[in-house]
Design a binder for this molecule. Sequence first.
Ligand SMILES: [Zn+2]
Length: 56
Amino acid sequence: MSKELHCVVDGCEATIEAETEAEILEQAEAHAADAHPELELDEETVETLKGHIQET
Ligand SMILES: [Zn+2]
């Protein structure tokens, strides 16, 4: 079983796939730094991301 996260930014089609929540968040951080430099990954944002992670 793996996990995936569709980017929570409106209009962004990126999908992140990984085996664990930690890996998803790591990749989400890299994606955000690259694609959404204005997005601040504070605790609340990270909680939102966690809430959007789906089992595949
Ligand atoms: Zn994105």
